[in-house]
Design a protein around this ligand. Sequence first.
Ligand SMILES: Nc1ncnc2c1ncn2[C@@H]1O[C@H](COP(=O)(O)OP(=O)(O)OP(=O)(O)O)[C@@H](O)[C@H]1O
Length: 576
Amino acid sequence: MIKAIKDMIDFSGVESTNINKSIFFGVIVGIGRMIEMAGIYFIITAIITAVGGRAPAWQAFLIVLLGVLVACFAKGHSQMEQTHAGYFMAANKRIAIADHIKTIPMGYFNENSLGELVGTMTTVIENIETLAPMVMVRLMDGLITSFVMLACVFIFDFRFGLTMLIVEGVYLIISSRMEKKSQAVAPLRQDSEVKLVSAVLEWVQGMSIVKSFNLTGRGDKTIAEALEYNRDSNTKLEALYVPYTISQKIVLQIGTFALILESVIFYLNGTLSLAYTLMMIIMSFMVFAHIGSAGSAMAILRLLTASMEKANKPESIAKMDDAGEGYNSLKHDIEFKNVNFSYEKKQVLKDISFTIPDKTSTAIVGTSGSGKTTICNLISRFWDVDSGEVTMGGKNIKDYTLEALMSQISMVFQNVYLFADTIENNIKFGSPNATHEDVVRAAKEAACDDFIESLPDGYNTIIGEGGASLSGGERQRISIARAILKDSPVIILDEATANVDPENEDRLQKAIAKLTENKTIIMIAHRLKTVRGADQILVVDDGRIVDRGNHEELVAKEGLYRRFILGREEAENWKI
Ligand SMILES: Nc1ncnc2c1ncn2[C@@H]1O[C@H](COP(=O)(O)OP(=O)(O)OP(=O)(O)O)[C@@H](O)[C@H]1O
């Protein structure tokens, strides 16, 4: 239990101050309750003895009122601090995870399900958000107040103190057994909740496939299994708790009964005054409330430690080495020197070497799966090379911080992802300080100003998640506007023209020309027109550069490129 409390304090970070404040106010609540009890005792004495008329009873009533006020005031503050700590520690954790995720290699997403991360960021942290401060406060103030009360009762009459000590001792032994027992089952429950989120996420993401291939059976089966696992682990945990919570309740009821019985016996044998007897009978219903509250918190303790372990996991993923410096070269030539690269065990790039001179354009062509996208991903350090090196501006890209490197590169992907936000914010994504005028200028240059203006809310139109409410071409032009606004010296284009209808192609070509003006460009191009204009063409086959040169040089010699061109000219109307 001590370790669990220590873990919670570590997890709460800067918010531990608020939790401590909440515990402090919790103890004040206990003191308020004790004042109430003292007031009740004085009322009883005043009524029984009737010495001094009505005044002592009214004065005693004021003491009870004081106790109630102290308890209410402290309870309110304790609750406020607790809520603040919960929401802020959860928010801090989510931000810390998000910051960490930005610095880990993309390989993590190959090996781990996205749902696992989403489940951690949502359900798991939400559990901690609502439960952790409450458990800490109940546990700490419950234990502290119970011990203070126990000490007071001991001083008042050691016979009652002894009974309370035995009852609370047995109660704590049962609670700690329950806490230990739940150690094995609680992580299963957390795991099952994450699995359920994963299953639902996968099902929703693949909805179009589910519909078009009528695979409802398979999708439903995955969700049904996740639900079953969730139900079983929840039932198992609850079943484990039941005998212990029943025993806890019985022990406290016996404790209350024992205190009442003792009061009656001691009164009858003349060792306890009537006033004390009545007060003890009333107190016997109140003295165990705090230990009961601590016990119920102990039941949730393991669930919380399991949640915290899960929430801490993403931050333990090894970061990419980011110890570099800022980008201080004016040049942006890129060089691959004997680069080898594998995704897990599969080697994809094999001893690749080439140079892209500053402010020139390079088209990468090759068969599907030959490694074109991988080359682009290594330039932006989405992954690190296995051996060899990639340099930019004459320095290994690992010698720059990730932020410095990414500030030099803009990417226009084949599948554009837009965030569920306004069009303006999507364009401003890489340049948060840009003004509205800058956004409009970039949109005009990317040939998307017309369609944006025709939308009911113009630049303030909210785009559906992933850009679902726009056509492929519209999404692509917005992503070009985003890149134009960022104005980086290096542009990576991955089949940027693939989604555009012939009508818009001209405008898009102009947009791309504007984007790439005076820049170092690497493009995975499918259109002959684009490839033809490149200063250099790299022909990739099975992870190797098998040919390089400009269009004229490459068509003049026998090789893969020439075969591509001749074959595709006939087959696909001049598309590579
Ligand atoms: N994230 C990944 N994890 C594991 N293997 C991958 C990953 N991405 C790509 N690969 C594999 O690496 C090889 C090269 O992929 P890459 O995407 O670089 O090819 P490409 O030439 O761009 O293909 P295409 O023209 O079809 O887009 C392929 O065999 C692919 O299956």
